[in-house]
Write a protein that binds this ligand. Structure first.
Ligand SMILES: Nc1nc2c(ncn2[C@@H]2O[C@H](COP(=O)(O)OP(=O)(O)OP(=O)(O)O)[C@@H](O)[C@H]2O)c(=O)[nH]1
Ligand SMILES: [Mg+2]
Length: 473
């Protein structure tokens, strides 16, 4: 464990600004001295005591509730002191400074600082300790941050489900099955003459195929969870004046982008996150695509193509009122061929025929094997159909109930597990399995699985994960 994991830490745990209550939290070993210095008395474990918080000369800084959680029964697994004061930025800063000062004060018996090394916590450090002290695993720690950051009710519910361990349980069940299979293979390594027979009798193939099946179910749910957390990036593209900005405004329900009848109105991208059934969609309006002599517009169009190249889905907007105009068809054809060039074929393109209010009853123009919709950004007709298509394209299948939150990191790790299991299956299917290769694939699969819950994770990865938390958490 790194040296910094041993320092006692302190932080304001509540959000900056004014509030009825604000909390200063301290975690470390042997906080008893600090409790006596700041609270002027000892505290009964896990019991709220109303008292004045004292400064160095015994004067009250504020009155509030003090709670002491002796190790290991605390959030971090260390001693934790929580001081609930009035929620003003100055009073909380004073209280935090008082804790740091009390920690640095010489202990009367030893002459040493009461809490050597006491310092302000870095973002996520309290939760990192909870993880390091086995209070929670890594997936649960991430769920805490996801719960705090949740932008929709569905995301909050599923984060809470991950926090209680729903996701981790599934990962552990997979790990246990994998360990069982590994034991079998490793044992066989010691008796090479009987290897094939032994594996056959123990139905190694059946075990592996069950594992693969369970894995794909977990992956499916994890993908849904990652979608709830991260959403998808949807870029609106098309000729000038097709109504791209109008569509963004209609989906967002607000006048975000400027709309005018002048072709070439939008220059820079305009982005807004909306949610459909709790799934976040990051919608990006872009400059109309055409040849232009205008320097500013050209930069805007280059940016539009950059956005398109990084999209998870593209809404290709067409003006239904002008669909038969030769120039309009030619311009759409140019965009179409550049799309084919710039977009990976896995990225879905949806044909959106706008301004249906101008051409009531128009038949839907045929789209080459992809989703298409008629709508009016002006009247709102057809928007629900587009929302349904977007959810489908995003891969949202379930109702949010039962989904646990997951991250792209988890989905990627599960994909790695899947690859190693495929390799392992190929080894088993080969006539004489190369047992050491089989054993190695299973070992790698287990490592990838364990990186999700943090049983096998590098310090670098932990640093990245916890630094994205807020301070005091
Ligand atoms: N009748 C009708 N007019 C629309 C509709 N959507 C947009 N318009 C009009 O079409 C014109 C262009 O709309 P914008 O939303 O600015 O089009 P854009 O695609 O963003 O255009 P650029 O930013 O220039 O690329 C405006 O006059 C809109 O009022 C629609 O559904 N029906
Ligand atoms: Mg526009």
């Amino acid at each position: 464990m790194l040296a910094r994991h041993h320092d006692p830490i302190a932080a304001i745990a509540t959000a900056p600004g004014r509030g009825a209550v604000g909390i200063v939290r301290v975690s470390g070993k042997g906080l008893g001295v600090l409790v006596e210095a700041v609270c002027g008395r000892t505290l009964r474990p896990r019991e709220a005591t109303y008292l004045p918080f004292r400064d160095a000369v015994g004067q009250p800084i504020d009155q509030g509730l003090a709670l002491f959680f002796p190790a290991p029964h605390s959030y971090t697994g260390e001693d934790v002191l929580e001081l609930q004061a009035h929620g003003g930025p100055v009073v909380l800063q004073l209280l935090l400074a008082r804790c740091l000062e009390a920690g640095a004060q010489a202990h009367p018996a030893t002459g040493q600082p009461a809490l050597p090394g006491l310092r302000v916590a870095q973002p996520g450090e309290f939760t990192e300790r909870a993880f390091l002290n086995d209070k929670i695993d890594l997936a649960q720690a991430e769920a805490i941050a996801d719960l705090i950051d949740a932008s929709t009710t569905a995301a909050a519910r599923s984060a809470s489900r991950s926090l209680t361990g729903a996701f981790s349980h599934e990962i552990h069940a997979l790990r246990d099955a994998l360990i069982h299979l590994r034991m079998l293979v490793e044992a066989t390594l010691d008796f090479p003459e009987e290897e094939i027979d032994f594996l056959r009798k123990a139905d190694a193939r059946g075990q592996l195929s069950n594992l693969k099946q369970t894995l794909s179910q977990v992956m499916q749910r994890a993908r849904q969870g990652a979608l709830l957390r991260e959403g998808i990036k949807v870029v609106i593209a098309g000729q000038p004046n097709a109504g791209k900005s109008s569509l963004l405004n209609a989906l967002a329900g607000a006048e975000l982008a400027i709309v005018t009848p002048i072709a070439g109105t939008t220059r820079d991208k305009v982005q807004q996150t909306i949610q459909i059934e709790g799934v976040p969609l990051h919608i990006i309006d872009t400059a109309g695509l055409r040849d232009s002599d205008d320097e500013v517009e050209r930069i805007g169009i280059a940016r539009a193509w950059d956005e398109i190249a990084g999209a998870d889905a593209v809404l290709f907007l067409h003006d239904l009122a002008r669909r038969d105009a030769m120039d309009c068809r030619a311009a759409d054809a140019v965009i179409e061929s550049t799309l084919a060039e710039k977009l990976p074929s896995s990225v879905p393109v949806i044909d959106v025929w706008n301004k249906v209010d101008c051409v009531p009853g128009a038949a839907q123009p045929a789209s080459a094997g992809r989703a298409a919709v008629h709508l009016s950004a002006r009247t709102g007709e057809g928007l629900d159909a587009l929302r349904r298509i977007l959810l489908e394209v995003a891969g949202w299948q379930s109702a949010p109930e039962g989904v646990y939150i997951a991250r792209a990191r988890h989905v990627q790790a599960l994909r790695t597990v899947q690859q190693h299991l495929e390799e392992a299956a190929a080894q088993l299917d080969a006539l004489g399995p190369a047992l050491d290769l089989l054993a190695e694939e299973l070992r790698l699969a287990q490592n990838a699985l364990s990186s999700i819950t943090g049983e096998f994770s590098s310090d670098d990865l932990l640093g990245v994960i916890f630094s994205s938390f807020c301070i005091g958490k």
